[in-house]
Design a protein around this ligand. Sequence first.
Ligand code: PLP
Length: 394
Amino acid sequence: MKKIYMDYAATTPTHPEVVKEMLPFFNEVYGNPSSIYQLAQRAKGAVEEAREKVARLINAEAEEIIFTSGGTEADNMAIKGIAFANKKRGNQIITSKIEHHAVLNTCKWLEKKGFKVTYISVDKYGMIDLDELKKSLTDKTILISIMHANNEVGTIEPISEIARIAKEKGIYFHTDAVQTVGKITINVKESGIDLFSLSGHKLYGPKGVGALYIRKGIKISPLLHGGHHEKNKRAGTENVPGIVGLGKACEIAVKEMATEGKRLKALRDRLYKGLSEQIDEIILNGHPVNRLPGNLNICVQYVEGESMLLNLDLEGICASSGSACTSGSLEPSHVLLAMGIPPEIAHGSLRFSLGRDTTKEDIDRIIEVLPPIVEKLRAMSPFGKNSKSKEYRE
Ligand code: PLP
């Protein structure tokens, strides 16, 4: 049985060219970039080359890129870094109810340290309420942190508009772009973004490496204290192989992103069409148009997402129910609840995220396999067809 991987939003396989590029930095060019001999300077050179490549993908300057251990650290560094560096100016932070836990739990922690956090609502498509955002601003607001695209439903937020609102008031704007880097075009300069998080393993790079873009001139309080690495913003010997891999992944994304995006969108639409023709009462989650090309998140009414996942797994199909980072808990997704989806419907969510190796044959196999799974599960479903869910959204 061919394994069909449809969970690229959780993580991606490392691109073979990325692996090839990384290998010499484990046991050939293993010098510490802070040392002065040639073996070390070659490693340092490779780190700087990778910095250029990351910068090129998002239209930043190389010196504005700080390498981190991933998206979580980049989010922590941005939010805590701005909060502590600007404590004297104010203590209010604005974020949204649908952020990744790397942002939400950082904000919750800051609340315990005396910061005031406002969590903005979203509409039924997962779009930020810009009016609520504007009304929440006070003279104490120091930071707005709103994600670029949501990891569960793929909705792309109006970040240029949010950056404009922030700039008018002299407030910093951070965006968690972990799900968008390498998938859609990003121009941090044109969009007016101040801080921007990305992660290697979501764009065919290695796990455990990421970066934070910090616009030139912005001061942050570092999270880690130690040596003078990364312009005193992030202490610790650089993860040279990981950084080299991230750079290569960004270089590949520059070349392939546009055509790959079109291909994935067509496959994703084929999947939704096929499933909705064969399964009644399914709901598309996320924005119908402003959504990541490879994302399909649906709620299948009267069945549990987890049960569908287990049955799909038996057929060799890997998908997810809500966010991979929160799966394992039986709480319905905080994102779907924030979008106003009743808990009993949210429990039936299924996310397919497509990527590099997804083929038309894979899509057609899912369209063949999922409807009988749903029929079987519905036949034994504890949720009657008379549940409240029938009234939802009609
Ligand atoms: N932010 C978003 C939107 C994500 O989807 C993820 C990972 O799922 C992260 C942050 C965390 O990134 P990392 O796994 O690199 O720590």
